[in-house]
Ligand binder design. Structure first.
Ligand SMILES: Cc1ncc(COP(=O)(O)O)c(C=O)c1O
Length: 369
């Protein structure tokens, strides 16, 4: 990423900013010899409970496993339909397929989150659950989704992979449904040094089931209650995540401030940045614009040393892997139109105001605004 004047993300700079503390984390953990399933893991889970206001947290290997562990524990599997969004990372749909259920898509709103009115239209006798994805750090319309779930007796799994530090009517993302699942991948606001994940739930029994399942179903070294998997958060990552959790609010505030700067500087009407509603606090894991002549704009920015990324150019129902579900272009017109326009701009916490002004000015130059 070194060749860009304005990189999309700057992990080397992040390391320099955090170096002393990260090295201290490594030293503490290795000195104690605490590597797997040690007290740090439980302490981290308790801190997530405290931060999010959820009742229970169980950590695991990554956000994809969190989705699968959650659906497994809720009894979602073969013959079940799960209504979800075509705008997400493939893991949302992939996890549904992997527990043996069928993803059923519902189109999105202009803010790229699932449209509850479309969800309701997709309900069939086989529908078992709804999986909203809080895309880019903005929480889906959970009042409406929970209302639908209650009326139709459906489970709700929130794919909250991008949701740490995001709130909806004052409540933290991931705490509305039966289960909320999080990713600690390096590009998330709360990130591990490698992969990591966790989930939250209000149901003690479900939490316990997942706690066992993520570690082979072992109650103790000699008692396997059922066959599970190995999906554990490393103790080192638990330690690093506890350190970074203390910094999370600052990271979110910086990213939100950077988005505000962009809103102030970008004059081009061809660039749409979905507005934040007064009751939502968007954590801005990504700042995704919807821009006309997107590919040309991206090439123009690249020539000026500005790195931008398309998240994502193909909605989930149009991937080769989804062919078996029989969807076609035209099924979800809002999502499809967005896929041609989305462009994420660099807005991370290491950027200076000058860098953001430079990106915005370059966008204005491109459109002659
Ligand atoms: C919306 C969404 N769901 C699921 C995942 C999967 O998380 P992980 O990469 O930790 O498995 C991610 C992130 O990568 C994501 O952005």
């Amino acid at each position: 990423m070194g060749e860009f004047k304005v990189p999309f993300i700057d992990l080397q700079q992040r390391y320099q900013d955090e170096k002393a503390e990260l090295i201290a984390c490594v030293d503490r953990i290795l000195t104690k010899g605490h590597l797997v399933m040690t007290q740090e893991v439980g302490e981290f889970e308790q801190q997530i409970v405290d931060y999010t206001g959820a009742k229970h947290c169980v950590s695991c290997g990554n956000g994809t496993d969190a989705l699968m562990l959650g659906m497994w524990a809720l009894g979602i599997g073969k013959g079940d339909e799960v209504i979800t969004t075509p705008i997400s990372f493939v893991a949302s749909t992939g996890s549904i397929a992997h527990v043996g259920a069928t993803p059923v898509y519902a189109d999105v709103r202009e803010d790229q989150n699932i449209d509850p009115a479309e969800v309701e239209k997709r309900i069939t006798p086989k529908t078992k659950a709804i999986m909203p994805v809080h895309w880019s750090g903005r929480i889906a319309d959970m009042d409406a989704i929970m209302d639908i779930a209650r009326r139709h007796n459906l489970l709700v799994i929130e794919d909250a992979a991008q949701t740490m530090g995001a709130y909806y009517r004052g409540r933290h993302g991931g705490t509305f449904g039966n289960i909320g699942t999080f990713s600690a991948h390096p590009l998330k606001n709360l990130n591990a040094i490698g992969d990591g994940g966790f989930l939250v739930t209000g149901d003690a029994e479900i939490a316990e089931k997942i706690r066992l399942y993520r570690n082979h179903g072992l109650k103790d070294r000699d008692t396997c209650l059922f066959y599970g998997v190995n999906s554990r958060l490393d103790s080192l990552n638990a330690e690093v995540l506890m350190y970074r959790l203390k910094r999370l609010d600052g990271v979110v505030e910086r990213r939100r401030a950077n988005v505000d700067l962009y809103r102030g500087h970008i004059r081009a009407r061809e660039v749409f940045i979905p507005p934040d509603k007064e009751f939502e606090k968007n954590a801005y894991v990504m700042m995704i614009t919807q821009s006309e002549r997107r590919d040309e704009l991206q090439a123009f920015l690249s020539k000026r040393g500005i790195q931008s990324l398309v998240y994502y150019g193909t909605p989930l129902h149009l991937h080769p892997a989804a062919a078996r579900y029989g969807y076609k272009r035209g099924d979800f017109p809002v999502a499809e139109a967005q896929a041609d326009r989305v462009l994420a701009l660099p807005h991370h916490q290491q950027l200076s105001e000058d860098q953001i002004a430079y990106v915005a000015q370059s966008i204005n130059d491109f459109y002659g605004a």
